[in-house]
Design a protein around this ligand. Structure first.
Ligand SMILES: *[C@@H]1O[C@H](CO)[C@@H](O)[C@H](O)[C@H]1NC(C)=O
Ligand SMILES: *[C@@H]1O[C@H](CO)[C@@H](O)[C@H](O)[C@H]1NC(C)=O
Ligand SMILES: *[C@@H]1O[C@H](CO)[C@@H](O)[C@H](O)[C@H]1NC(C)=O
Ligand SMILES: *[C@@H]1O[C@H](CO)[C@@H](O)[C@H](O)[C@H]1NC(C)=O
Ligand SMILES: *[C@@H]1O[C@H](CO)[C@@H](O)[C@H](O)[C@H]1NC(C)=O
Ligand SMILES: *[C@@H]1O[C@H](CO)[C@@H](O)[C@H](O)[C@H]1NC(C)=O
Ligand SMILES: *[C@@H]1O[C@H](CO)[C@@H](O)[C@H](O)[C@H]1NC(C)=O
Ligand SMILES: *[C@@H]1O[C@H](CO)[C@@H](O)[C@H](O)[C@H]1NC(C)=O
Ligand SMILES: *[C@@H]1O[C@H](CO)[C@@H](O)[C@H](O)[C@H]1NC(C)=O
Ligand SMILES: *[C@@H]1O[C@H](CO)[C@@H](O)[C@H](O)[C@H]1NC(C)=O
Length: 872
């Protein structure tokens, strides 16, 4: 947006000698001093809008004087122009000179420049006073101190070292500038455990000296001997000091320590075996902390460990070779990659000598571990060979059935094979014993109604150590409560020289069957619904009890109100239902129950929201079955969703958008209308919404009812109506105005259950700046020339601004072509503050002593934003 002005092709510069002759006035003895007035130290940002105003003052006699302001030292390109001039008429005592900063992309630290006030040589009779130096400091810029980042943000993967120190190297790079010493803090976090347990240090402060663009540091990985899975930590740069910045997307890297320290252990710490056991396996596992636990630590390498067999001398110690035999050729347990279990085989020697219990130990030897493994408990196993002096054995009921009573589910089981008779001691020869089952209750009906057979014989062949008593369960469709039975081994019926010993009786149960206490569900035949009636609103729920109706049952349900969106119980809101979240529904032997959950009068039901009904627990209130019962239980879905439809929903009113509305002052007509739509979700009932307009922002004082109307009002939604709008009228004028911002806010609605939609209750309206608020620039009529000046002489150009003066404006000018060689002040930037109408700039023809004949002088004024100005 440059608008060059042609002034004329004129003979401008004449011989230097001639100028001097012309410009030296008579032998008057006037004296005056030239100096800076006011502020002479400036600190500015490097910005294209930074303009320093230096005021030059003359004191003493009123004489014309030409002042120059020149940069000291070389031109480093930091300013738009390095010289400027001012011409003070005898009638003026001061003038303003503009020095504009140039914005570049070069990183620079703080830089201080000196501008010297000079007298143009022809300013006769005037001397230079003080202050005559001004300093301008341009603050460090363009990241002079650098931007710090990791050289790479790729995840770093390391192994935990074994018995040595392992350092992970990190590299930080300092991009852009390297001025100054800067420091940066790092911190390691986010691991599955505090970083200090695995890494050292877990935080620190790193210094990067002047001029250095790369720095290295390292972190020690600790060898902790604890089985671990992959652990991922974040190494994060948390702060910088000294002026640098962090690059946000490269200020952290992930550090992964691979799973390590595979645990080795025995499956058991003790093991009891009968003397007749033959070959037994003692298992060693790797990679698990418990027998069935998940894999932990490394599993992809081979590890091994040696073991030792320990047996004492005295009574109770098993003797190697005599009582047992190690079948391994070497005493080393080896796990190839991905093998998790190894069995050590031992042969137990069976002899006929009755013996007391004898034992030996197996111990894994920590110092013999090869590979990435650690020993954990149990790292030893005690093997006990059981005493043996009853060669034909002792029969008893398996003790597990006595400790944990057996329960049988009639509905699922036809034949039950869980009653086990064991033969302890010897297993020599075939033996048998009789058994019988009777009821363990006052019930007089025959046992055979429920199970068969009710008596029999259990037989063991030679060497057989356990036998099952199979029971057939009689299936029926009769809901029944749990029934208790008792099975007895009959000692006086034993054959084959065996004995019967405790436990020889056991109680067992057939559980309650065929849903005797009921099967509960939402009633599929009936409607589950939300009711909205003039008398009130409520949820209507119907529940059904199938199966038996024995017992009073308390069912707990939860009823949650979840606003529109995902049906997530965590998002549920209270204060909607007139009951607590959890509700007890009691079935006193009924088959159906109808539940009404009232909705609060003032509750806001949002369109698209849900009621989530969940069936939680069932409890028998009046009956205590002797064993855990199969019923009462739920049948069918455990939850139900009821959706709030628009006809039930209360209104939620808001703008259809919350973005800023930009409107233009009408150009061709007197008024224009802006229409801002509103939307209501849920249309139950009539609603009126009140709104108001409020000016905001810097120019809020300027907004009047001559700009737009009305400034407040209301909008009515009829029942069933979902859209409406607010209409505003914008009025035209010819007054320059800057952007005017107003906030249009929905304030309230007339009824309680109609609410305003969060996030959509206000809209910003911007009436765009208009009628040239920044102004229109031109040379004043007196300044348009043509000018004829001599070397060393000054010419003053007045730049004036018409129309708006509301904004600060910067105007660039330049003498063209090649003005700088011939003039001081040939280029520069003029600053118009708000309200400022005229700015003066002086050009001084440089006295260069070179004869010139003709020169061409062009002037040109360019507009350099920001804002709304024009150059005419
Ligand atoms: C420089 O810019 C910064 C940020 O934009 C600002 O906080 C500071 O006040 C400015 N300093 C000067 C001297 O203008
Ligand atoms: C001062 O300068 C003005 C304008 O150039 C000129 O009209 C006036 O004569 C000068 N006064 C003296 C005393 O030189
Ligand atoms: C980053 O630095 C590390 C050493 O600190 C080096 O091993 C790695 O190769 C570097 N990465 C890049 C992308 O330069
Ligand atoms: C690093 O430590 C030095 C010296 O204690 C301190 O001056 C600097 O502020 C620290 N750096 C950060 C980023 O906190
Ligand atoms: C990080 O940001 C820089 C600029 O700030 C960009 O050049 C670079 O591509 C970004 N890197 C990634 C991985 O997003
Ligand atoms: C040892 O492992 C083998 C094979 O997995 C298994 O058959 C045996 O029962 C285990 N021994 C013990 C004592 O758990
Ligand atoms: C509702 O029940 C279904 C299965 O019946 C289940 O998949 C769903 O997660 C349940 N929803 C809630 C919110 O509990
Ligand atoms: C707003 O203007 C629209 C047409 O542009 C009209 O339908 C609506 O009734 C007006 N609203 C009000 C509140 O005047
Ligand atoms: C005026 O508002 C418009 C639209 O929001 C914006 O683009 C422009 O930069 C604003 N002008 C000023 C001077 O703030
Ligand atoms: C505007 O609406 C968006 C959703 O469309 C919302 O995320 C944002 O918070 C709203 N803005 C304001 C200022 O409320």
């Amino acid at each position: 947006m440059c608008s060059p002005f042609f002034v004329g092709m004129l003979p401008v510069l004449l011989l230097a000698g001639l100028i001097l002759a012309l410009s030296i006035p008579g032998a008057t003895s006037e004296s005056a001093t030239l100096r800076f007035l006011g502020q002479t130290d400036f600190v500015v940002n490097e910005s294209s809008t930074a303009v320093v105003r230096l005021v030059v003052e003359r004191v003493g006699d009123p004489v014309n004087v030409t002042a120059l302001v020149l940069l000291e030292g070389a031109d480093t390109g930091d300013f738009e122009a390095i010289n400027a001039a001012a011409f003070l008429l005898s009638t003026e005592s001061s003038k303003t000179i503009f020095i504009a900063v140039k914005d570049d992309d070069l990183p620079e630290a703080d830089e201080t420049f000196i501008f010297n006030l000079k007298l143009q040589s022809s300013s006769n009779g005037v001397t230079l006073g003080t202050p005559n130096k001004a300093t301008i400091t341009i603050l460090s810029n363009d990241n002079a101190f650098g931007i710090i980042a990791f050289n790479s943000t790729d995840e770093i993967v390391v192994d935990e070292p074994r018995r040595r120190n392992h350092y992970v190297p990190f590299t930080l790079i300092r991009e852009k500038g390297t001025y100054g010493t800067v420091s940066v803090n790092f911190e390691i976090s986010d691991g599955p455990n505090p970083a200090i347990e695995d890494l050292s240090p877990d935080r620190g402060n790193i210094t990067i000296p002047v001029g250095q663009a790369v720095v290295h540091f390292s972190i020690l990985i600790l060898d902790d001997q604890i089985p671990e899975d992959d652990e991922v930590f974040s190494v994060r740069l948390t702060g910088v000091a000294g002026g640098a910045l962090l690059r946000p997307n490269a200020s952290s890297v992930q550090l992964r320590i691979r799973r390590n320290d595979s645990p080795l252990r025995f499956s058991h710490s003790i093991m009891a075996v009968p003397e007749s056991a033959g070959v037994i396996s003692l298992n060693v596992t790797r990679g698990r902390l418990t027998e069935d636990g998940p894999l932990v630590g490394s599993v992809d390498t081979e590890v091994s460990v040696d073991y030792m067999v320990v047996s004492g001398e005295g009574l109770g110690s098993a003797t190697p070779a005599m009582d047992f035999l190690d079948l391994q050729p070497v005493r080393t347990v080896t796990f190839p990659p991905f093998v998790y279990k190894t069995s050590l085989l031992f042969n137990i020697n069976d002899d006929t000598v009755p013996e007391i219990a004898e034992s030996f130990h197996l111990v894994l030897l920590e110092e013999t571990i090869k590979g990435d493994a650690v020993l954990i408990s149990p790292n030893a196993v005690l093997v006990t060979i059981e005493p043996n002096d009853k060669p034909h054995g002792v029969l008893s009921i398996s003790s597990s059935a006595v400790i944990q009573p057996i329960t049988i589910n009639e509905d699922l089981t036809q034949r039950f094979n869980g009653i086990i008779i064991v033969r302890n001691g010897g297993s020599y020869g075939a033996v048998s014993a009789n058994w019988s089952i009777s009821r363990n209750s006052s019930d007089l009906s025959p046992v055979s109604d429920d199970l068969r057979p009710v008596e029999g014989t259990v037989r063991f062949a030679a060497n057989q150590v356990d036998a099952v008593i199979p029971i057939d369960i009689v299936a029926d469709n009769q809901p029944e409560e749990a029934e208790a039975f008792i099975l007895r081994l009959l000692p006086n019926t034993v054959t084959g020289n065996a004995e019967v010993d405790e436990p020889m009786e056991m109680v067992f149960y057939i559980q309650d069957s065929d849903d005797v206490y009921g099967l509960f569900r939402f009633d599929p035949e009936k409607n589950q619904s939300i009711h909205s009636q003039p008398e009130g609103r409520f949820l209507s729920l119907n529940f059904l009890r199938d199966g038996g109706t024995l017992g009073d049952v308390s069912m707990t349900i939860t009823a949650l109100y979840v606003p529109a969106g995902p049906i997530d119980p965590a998002l549920a809101r209270d204060q909607i239902l007139n009951v607590s979240r959890s509700v007890d529904v009691v079935f006193a032997r009924e088959r159906m129950v109808h539940v009404i959950l009232p909705i609060r009068n003032d509750a806001f039901l949002q369109n698209g929201a849900h009621f989530l009904i969940q069936l939680n627990t069932l409890e028998l209130v009046d009956i205590k079955p002797p064993i855990p019962s199969n019923s009462p239980r739920f049948g069918g879905p455990r939850n139900l969703t009821l959706t709030v439809t628009p006809d039930i929903a209360n209104g939620e009113i808001g703008f259809t958008s919350n973005t800023t509305v930009v409107v233009y002052e009408p150009e061709d007509s007197n008024t224009s209308t802006v229409n801002l739509p509103l939307w209501r979700d849920g249309t139950d009932g009539q609603a009126e919404v009140f709104w108001s307009l409020k000016p905001i922002g810097a120019s809020r004082e300027d907004v009047t009812s001559n700009d737009l109307t009305p400034l407040n009002g209301s909008v009515v939604f009829l029942s069933g109506q979902s859209d409406a709008s607010i209409n505003l009228t914008i009025m035209a004028d010819n007054i320059p105005e800057v952007n005017e911002t107003l906030l249009l806010t929905l304030d309230r609605s007339n009824v309680e259950n109609q609410i305003l939609k969060a996030g959509f209750t206000s809209r910003e309206i911007v009436i765009l700046e208009n009628d040239d608020p920044g102004g229109v620039f031109e040379f004043s009529p007196f300044s348009r020339g043509p000018w004829v000046i001599n070397e060393g002489e000054a010419v003053e150009l007045h730049v004036v601004r018409a129309q708006g003066q509301l904004l600060k404006q910067l105007v660039r000018y330049a003498v063209m072509p090649s003005g700088s060689a011939e003039f001081y002040g040939a280029t520069g930037i003029l600053e118009f503050k708000p309200g400022e109408r005229e700015v003066v700039v002086a050009l001084v023809a440089r006295p260069d002593g070179v004869p010139e004949v003709r020169g061409s002088l062009w002037r040109s004024v360019c507009f350099v934003g920001p804002g709304a100005g024009h150059v005419r």
